[in-house]
Design a protein around this ligand. Structure first.
Ligand SMILES: Cc1cc2nc3c(=O)[nH]c(=O)nc-3n(C[C@H](O)[C@H](O)[C@H](O)COP(=O)(O)OP(=O)(O)OC[C@H]3O[C@@H](n4cnc5c(N)ncnc54)[C@H](O)[C@@H]3O)c2cc1C
Length: 485
């Protein structure tokens, strides 16, 4: 009997665990270690953050699902990896610390034959002084954060109803952030709610981003094919901003946030301040902060993980200038080069470099988006690695790895721009591939017929349908596996 341990029950880890159980049957152990008792459909946190959904609508308890599936669940945080064993346990293992309130901090060792690191991002609010829900800005990264954001937005609306003029700033809280799509969604959902409340004329909405131009989204922007015509995500996004009267500060790095004021530097070297009444700024991401040790107990964290805390996998990490970047730099098996029975998927793997053009200010401050690893590719990676491991368990460690490179993978992103089955809207985008490959697609690096954008009410329906379908799938209801990642 083999044991596969999955660290993290988010989009990629939970997908991997369900596919492992399905592919392996009950003959082998599937173990999940994750600190939260609930699963969260993170994309819908945006709607919690404007008061249109409750936390219960975007979460459900994991334990009953895992019990039904015969998956062992440890509500705990992984703290250290021992991929070669240690003097306490000769088999590869991971050290975990319980997060169950009654057993908080109790540690244990969990051995494995195969390990999937799907620990996602650490929300690095500390990178910018004053950033985050414990300081001066809100977040929508967790349901709890989103509830707090909704309460702050409600306060803005109540004050506006009393005639007070205010400014709301929504965006990213550091020059190296990713996830601009989520910030964009929240900005337009807030704008929509202000209109619905009848106070839009009293509240200025500002989108604050590290993107050098609107529509970059961390993927270097998109060129959409529309029949014989082409248009860019920049043009498309700018026209939405104009239509909805949302202002933008682009190419910005938040240096420090004081009560009601963002101090920031821009790509042109200027230093400015922006006052706000309510701000939701996403934090930059880091790896989960796991340590790694070799058999003799020497620390090998720097070999197993990149300096940003994400795990090194089968990518080409050699330093290259953007004109030397290649689609083949991107990983496809997600296998650790040092330990072939260890994999990292979703946000947990270390990307080889950015997708957007890297930019710095004249002072040398990096102000450019980190590469996004959104829900769809994260789920695809989780499934791909689960099937690789299942095949190796069944046919031997020499079974070839399945491949799913972001340079050969498409993504669909539906960015909500306002809730409502009759008056809602969303910007729906598809791209193929996520990482441009100019050798295969000379010119834009992407397939024009497969890279497409449309905004309207239908997008909102699709976004809502995805909410329903992905929660159904994550609950492992009948035929869940027919719903694609
Ligand atoms: C507000 C917001 C809106 C978004 N909207 C969209 C969208 O509309 N569409 C889209 O495609 N993507 C969206 N995304 C991105 C999407 O959420 C991520 O791509 C996806 O969650 C990444 O999956 P993951 O499994 O890598 O990480 P996660 O889903 O974050 O899962 C990581 C898991 O690891 C656990 N963990 C953390 N540390 C440890 C540890 N030490 N040990 C064990 N477990 C640990 C966490 O608790 C969590 O369960 C959004 C993101 C945000 C923040």
């Amino acid at each position: 009997m083999a044991r596969v341990v999955v660290l993290g029950a988010g989009i990629s880890g939970h997908t991997a665990a369900l596919h492992l159980r399905r592919a392996l049957g009950r003959a082998h152990d599937v173990v999940v270690v994750s600190p939260n008792q609930d699963w969260n459909w993170i994309p819908s946190n945006i709607w919690v953050g404007v008061g249109r959904m409750s936390a219960e609508q975007v979460t459900f308890p994991l334990a009953p699902i895992y019990e039904r599936q015969g998956i062992v669940f440890h509500q705990a945080r992984a703290t250290a990896l021992f991929p070669e064993g240690s003097d306490r346990e000769s088999r590869p293992h991971v050290e975990i610390a319980s997060t169950v309130p009654a057993r908080d901090g109790e540690t244990a060792l969990v051995t494995y034959d195969y390990l999937i690191n799907a620990t996602g991002p650490k929300l690095n609010f500390a990178a910018t002084p004053g950033l985050g829900p414990d300081a001066h800005t809100a977040s929508v990264c967790t349901p709890h954060h989103a509830l707090d954001a909704a309460a702050r937005l409600k306060d803005v609306i109540e004050r506006a109803r009393r005639g007070e003029r205010q400014r709301v700033v929504v965006g990213v809280g550091h020059g190296t952030c990713t996830c601009e799509g989520a910030a964009f969604e929240y900005a337009f959902n807030v704008e929509h709610e202000l209109r619905v409340a009848g106070v839009r004329d009293l509240v200025e909405v500002v989108y604050f981003t590290n993107e050098a131009e609107l529509g970059d989204f961390g993927v270097g922007g998109l060129v959409f094919g529309h029949g014989d015509f082409q248009t860019t995500s920049q043009l498309w996004t700018e026209s939405l901003f104009r239509e909805r009267g949302v202002k933008a500060v682009v190419g910005a790095h938040a240096e420090r946030i004081d009560e009601g004021v963002i101090h920031y530097e821009q790509l042109d070297g200027s230093e400015n301040s922006l006052a706000f009444d309510f701000a939701m700024l996403l934090p930059p991401f880091r790896g989960a902060g796991l340590a790694a040790y070799d058999r003799a107990g020497a620390e090998i964290t720097d070999e197993v993980f990149a300096p940003n805390g994400f795990m090194r996998v089968d990518a080409d990490y050699s330093a290259k200038s953007p004109d030397e970047w290649s689609a083949t730099d991107w990983p496809s098996t997600y296998e650790s080069p040092r330990h072939p029975n260890v994999f990292a998927v979703g946000i947990a793997f270390a990307p080889p470099h950015a997708i957007s053009t890297p930019r710095t200010s004249p002072r040398g401050t990096v102000i450019s988006p980190a590469p996004p690893r959104t829900g769809m590719p994260s789920g695809v990676m989780g499934k791909t690695v689960a099937l690789t491991i299942a095949e190796r368990i069944r046919h031997g460690a020499g079974a070839p790895a399945r491949r799913a490179s972001m340079a050969d993978m498409g993504a669909a992103c539906v960015a909500s721009a306002g809730v409502g089955l009759r008056h809602g809207s969303a910007a729906a985008m598809t791209m193929y591939p996520i990482v441009p490959d100019p050798d295969r697609f000379p010119g834009t690096g992407r397939s024009l017929p497969d890279t497409f954008g449309e905004i309207g009410l239908a997008g909102h329906w699709i976004k809502y349908m995805l909410h329903v379908l992905f929660i159904y799938k994550a609950k492992a209801r009948p035929f869940w596996y027919l719903i694609p990642e």
